[in-house]
Design a protein around this ligand. Structure first.
Ligand code: NAP
Length: 433
């Protein structure tokens, strides 16, 4: 008997799971259920708009979506349009691949002031994610503070300082391109609570910051050690050696006639966001690193700024009907098995770490578990979900519908750009009429 599987979430971890399920010799039908009209999760809404090469992986996912046995239910939200209990009656197995869409909080006074935007929201805004189209951050400030030194912090800083010419061949949302071009931003402080060796960004992303048309990286030489010390794996040591070498090269970049700067600052943690209703500055405490942890020194300083972007990692939402580990922001699971025919993959299973490809083994593990646990399909699958959504008048989109939206976006692209994104659900669905 065919095994019917629902994969909730059309991002990388979802597609790698579908792919792994299809590779198995067991007869399987897989339906992808996606909350948005558009697929691809972080590839579309998270990967920086100027990293188009990374986004090309969507073509591989497209092939998976068009494979025999795969169904697609776009614009269908589990919890709103159908419950997990209903899906359990319809499918033999359900895979949660819904990612970690929320911002981790700093937990300091002033965090709710106007002008503080977590990186998940901010990245969603410049990537045209419909949830964040109305974010409308005011960029009328010369100085921005980005908290954190991961790749997301680097993405945010880079997108804010690139010239319009550098952004020509990108799919940045029009509203964000216009706001950034019109903004007077000249200085971005990217601040890490630990040192340059502990910084989380990877070397390709760091090096990009030394090659920008109108922005130069600034580092205080006194904060750079002579060499990498500490107890690192060989792989980590190599990355840290490369990062340190790149940061030292940044010291040698002569102050050219560039109008913007990204300051890489280390050993400081935020303690308060200052201002009235709106951000006027940030109070930081100097730190030192003890046994790998950042420890405050009791000395403080302030930076005047009009925008603070904490890029300190992501968090999953509790998924309706599924046990949730609120401390770690992931579902409760045993190596991916959540129980009652439910499995988890990607960031809702592991937390928000790793690159796109890190999700691939998750898909393989989930497929293996499903075929170990379920030997014969007993549930009705796709037609039952179609009937339920029909009965509820849920306007669901097929993958062919997405391809038409895709075509319309590509056709509307400005010269050089890959596409011009629709940034609201209404305009996405409207493109089909
Ligand atoms: P990340 O790599 O975990 O970096 C988070 C940063 O925030 C770290 O510097 C961390 O410092 C800091 N931080 C955390 N809590 C803090 C606090 N309370 N106060 C001050 N600083 C704090 O996370 P991410 O940048 O969001 O990236 C998520 C994943 O996506 C990563 O695996 C990343 O490599 C990946 N990604 C990859 C790319 C790419 O390949 N181009 C692009 C974007 C994202 P500590 O180290 O001290 O904790």
């Amino acid at each position: 008997m065919t095994i019917n599987v629902a994969v909730i979430g059309a991002g990388p971890s979802g597609f790698y799971t579908v792919d792994a399920l299809l590779k198995h010799e067991t007869d399987v039908r897989v339906d992808i259920i996606e909350r948005l009209p558009t697929p691809f999760g972080l590839i579309r809404g998270g990967v920086a708009p100027d990293h188009q090469t990374t986004k090309k992986v969507a073509r591989v996912y497209e092939k998976t979506a068009l494979s025999d046995g795969v169904g697609y239910f776009g614009n269908v939200e589990v919890g709103r349009d159908v419950t997990i209990a209903e899906l359990q009656d319809i499918y033999d197995a359900i895979v949660l691949a819904v990612g970690a869409p929320r911002d981790r909080k700093l937990g300091i006074p002033g965090e709710n002031k106007t002008g503080v935007f977590g990186s998940a929201d901010f990245v969603g805004w410049y990537n045209g994610h419909p949830d964040f189209t109305d974010l409308k951050p005011k960029l009328n400030t010369e100085t921005v503070v980005v908290i954190g030194q991961g790749n997301v912090a680097v993405d945010v800083a880079r997108v804010l300082v690139k010239t319009p010419e550098e952004m020509t061949e990108t799919d940045i949302a029009d509203h964000a391109a216009d706001a950034i071009d019109a903004s007077p931003i000249t200085d971005i402080h990217m601040i890490g609570r630990r040192g340059p060796i502990e910084a989380k960004f990877t070397n390709v992303e760091l090096r990009e910051m030394g090659k920008l048309a109108d922005c130069q990286p600034v580092i205080n030489a006194a904060q750079l050690p002579d060499e990498v010390t500490g107890d690192w794996s060989d792989r980590d040591k190599r990355l840290k050696d490369r990062n340190l070498a790149t940061m030292k090269e940044f010291l040698d970049i002569s102050p050219e006639d560039k109008s913007k700067r990204v300051h890489f600052s280390f050993y400081a943690k935020p303690v308060e966001i200052l201002g009235g209703d709106a951000v006027e500055g940030i109070r930081m405490e100097n730190t030192k690193v003890e046994a790998g942890r950042s420890v405050g020194t009791g000395e403080f300083f302030e930076i005047e700024c009009g925008l603070v972007i904490p890029a300190i990692g992501y968090f999953s939402d509790p998924f309706p009907g599924v046990p949730f580990d609120a401390d770690n922001g992931i579902v409760i699971h045993d190596e991916g098995r959540v129980g009652d025919g439910i499995y988890a993959v990607g960031w809702i299973k592991r937390g928000p770490t790793g690159v796109i490809g890190t999700n691939k083994p998750d898909g393989d593990i989930a497929a293996t578990q499903i075929f170990e646990d379920i030997t014969g399909g007993a549930k009705p699958g796709r037609e039952a979900l179609e009937a339920l959504l029909e009965e509820r008048s849920v306007p669901r989109l097929s993958f062919q519908d997405w391809l038409r939206i895709d075509e319309a976006e590509v056709a509307a692209a400005k010269p050089g750009a890959p596409r011009r994104k629709f940034v609201t659900i209404d305009t996405m669905i409207g493109a089909l009429n």
